[in-house]
Design a protein around this ligand. Structure first.
Ligand code: ADP
Length: 165
C-alpha cells in the first residue's frame, strides 16, 4: 500500500492543485492533501477554512484524505506512513524550488521519494496568489477554482472591504 502526501499551503486550493491531486490518486493507493499550518505566515484563509474548502472539493474521491501538518513535511510523511511526496510542476520557475526541496527532503529522509507531476496545460499559469489577486479586485475566479472556493473568496474580500470603511 503506497501512501502519498501532497503538501501545500492551498491558500486557497485551485483547479490546478485539484488536477494534480486527482492524477496522484490514480497512481497511489491513498493520497493525503496536507495543509501547512503556519500561524505566523500571513495567509488569506485560516487552516480550518483551507481544510474545509479542500474537504468539500475532494469529498467524492474515496482515496483522498485531508489533513494538516505543522512539522517538517518529511516528519509528517513518516508519521502517516507515506513514502511519496507529490508536487506539481508548472513552468520552469517551479523547477528550481522543487528540485531544491526534493533534494533536501531526500537528504533528511532517503526513504521518501518526491514525485512531481507536470501541470496540465490549462493550469500552467494558475497559482493561488493569482487567484487571490483577481478576487481582491473583484475579478471572476470562476474558471480557476471550484464554486465554493470562489464564494469564500468573495466573502473574505467583502469582509476586508467592510473592515476598511
Ligand atoms: P506552496 O505550498 O509552495 O506555498 P502552493 O500551495 O501554491 O505553494 O503549491 C503547492 C504545490 O502545488 C507546488 O508543488 C506547486 O508547484 C503545485 N501547484 C500549484 N499550482 C499548481 C497548478 N496550477 N498546477 C499544478 N501544480 C500546481
Amino acid at each position: 500500500m503506497t501512501i502519498a502526501v501532497y503538501p501545500a499551503s492551498f491558500d486557497p486550493i485551485t483547479n490546478g492543485h485539484l488536477d494534480v491531486a486527482r492524477r496522484a490518486a490514480r497512481l497511489f493507493d491513498e493520497v493525503i492533501l496536507a495543509v501547512a499550518h503556519r500561524p505566523n505566515k500571513n495567509l488569506l484563509f485560516t487552516t480550518e477554512q483551507r481544510l474545509a474548502m479542500i474537504r468539500e472539493a475532494v469529498d467524492h474521491l474515496p482515496n483522498i484524505r485531508v489533513d494538516f501538518f505543522e512539522t517538517l513535511v518529511v516528519e509528517y510523511a513518516q508519521q502517516v506512513g507515506a513514502t511519496v511526496l507529490v508536487r506539481g510542476l508548472r513552468a520552469s520557475t517551479d523547477f528550481e524550488h522543487e528540485f531544491q526541496m526534493a533534494h533536501i527532503n531526500h537528504c533528511l529522509t532517503p526513504m521518501i521519494e518526491t514525485v512531481c507531476l507536470m501541470a496540465d496545460q490549462q493550469y500552467t499559469f494558475l497559482s493561488s496568489s493569482a487567484v487571490r489577486e483577481i478576487a481582491a479586485y473583484k475579478g471572476d475566479v470562476g474558471p480557476f477554482v471550484p464554486p465554493h472556493v470562489a464564494a469564500a473568496l468573495t466573502q473574505v474580500f467583502a469582509h476586508h472591504e467592510e473592515a476598511r470603511r
